[in-house]
Write a protein of this length. Structure first.
Length: 114
């Protein structure tokens, strides 16, 4: 077994394991900023899970088993939120924003305003 860092410095390719791993490694750069194949796979798996009817069962299984576990989970959530930049404003909207009555006919540049 060679020194991977030393081999990389000398221009030798690093072995990443199976052929599938190497193929994926090479394709990661094809996707640019984000792995679209992984996103599609995640979305498809999530959709199948939701459609399976097991969501309620999984939610019940994830509930804390004791008061101590509930406190531990709450502390972990608070710690995560402490590092967050803030909530997504879209989460607090109740419905899509509707234009106000005054905004129904917005002024057009270069046109006389009434």
């Amino acid at each position: 077994m060679g020194n991977q860092q030393g081999d990389q410095a000398k221009g030798k390719p690093q072995s990443s394991g199976t052929d599938a791993d190497q193929k994926q490694q090479g394709q990661q750069n094809v996707h640019g900023e984000g792995n679209y194949a992984a996103s599609r796979d995640y979305n498809e798996r999530t959709k199948r899970f939701v459609e399976s009817g097991q969501v309620d069962e999984a939610a019940r299984a994830a509930e804390p088993g004791s008061e101590a576990e509930a406190l531990e989970m709450a502390a972990a959530e608070a710690e995560g939120k402490r590092h967050a930049k803030g909530e997504d404003p879209a989460l607090s909207r109740k419905s899509p924003q509707q234009p106000a009555a005054d905004d129904a006919n917005p002024p057009m540049p270069g046109k006389d305003q009434e």
